[in-house]
Design a protein around this ligand. Structure first.
Ligand code: HEC
Length: 252
């Protein structure tokens, strides 16, 4: 998979070179003069083609990157809102399915049923249904901001401008990735797969068995995680997980 992505990026970069005069005309200088050096000097591969994507705007909530992982791991489960179960006709596995079935009204929280059910106090109506825990307030904020920004399907490259893998921290870098992408399934008294990833110790147990990185990097011999996703986590998230594991998976 990384090889495929690399090959594709290479084709893209050759392609964009052929069109250089056009980008100059448009004033879109392909040579970055903003001090955002496209050549990664952090010791990562300087050929890393992920630096060529659109940088993520910290003020924008991105559906594929931030909203879908929350929905997929908390809601799009078997028996709930995956394609086969489709409870109440709601399918939460892709942008198209969410927009077609989850009654999202762009810019309008009051008319968005998706927002209503995740903030509902009545346990009979609330999603995810008890005994599953509520979404965290950060997760609710991401979803509501996405709706208020127009419920669009914008994409960006979290590795654009370089992926900083120095001093990766469990609490600041690793734990949020796990929270949004994994905990919907691997949490609670009856976690999917038979184990939880809620605490540092539980994560480290999966790191030490080699299963965590094997699963998230989609190596053969492991079940690819996040389960049911059509692509692995963003390259920068994987690079950070790897750097953290290589540093001895500290509780920092
Ligand atoms: C939609 C539910 C779901 C999500 C989200 C999910 N998992 Fe899993 N996970 C599973 C299931 C189901 C299995 C057991 C698969 C099997 O044994 O066939 C599993 C198994 C695993 C395994 C063992 C894999 C192996 O081959 O031994 C690891 C490690 C793992 N998950 C980590 C993660 C991590 C890390 C994330 C987030 C990046 C994640 N999972 C997200 C459902 C999920």
């Amino acid at each position: 998979m990384p090889f495929l992505a690399f090959g594709f990026g290479l084709v893209l970069s050759i392609f964009s070179c052929q069109h250089e005069p056009i980008t100059i005309e448009g004033g879109n200088n392909p040579i970055d003069t903003t001090g955002n050096n496209p050549i990664d000097t952090t010791g990562n591969n300087p050929m890393d083609t992920t630096t060529m994507g659109t940088p993520c705007d910290p003020d924008v909530v991105y559906f594929e990157l931030e909203v879908l992982p929350i929905l997929r791991s908390n809601c799009a489960k078997s028996g709930c809102h995956d394609e086969n179960s489709a409870q109440d006709g709601v399918i939460l596995t892709s942008y198209e399915a969410v927009m077609a079935t989850a009654k999202v009204e762009p810019f309008d929280l009051n008319d968005s049923e998706l927002y209503e059910v995740i903030t509902e106090d009545d346990p009979d109506k609330r999603m995810p249904q008890p005994p599953n825990p509520r979404l965290t307030s950060d997760q609710v904020n991401l979803i509501s901001t996405w709706i208020l920004q127009g419920a669009r399907n914008e994409t960006c490259d979290p590795g654009a401008g370089g992926c900083n893998t120095d001093n990766v921290s469990f609490s600041a870098d690793i734990r949020p990735v796990i929270e949004n992408n994994c905990l919907g399934c691997h949490r609670g008294a009856n976690p999917v797969g038979g184990f939880s990833l809620e605490t540092y110790e539980q994560v480290v147990a999966q790191v030490n068995s080699g299963r965590l990185y094997g699963a998230v990097s989609w190596q053969s011999g492991f079940v690819a995680m996040p389960y049911g996703a059509d692509s692995p986590l963003p390259d920068c998230s994987l690079d950070k997980i790897k750097a953290w594991i290589d540093a001895g998976a500290p509780n920092n």
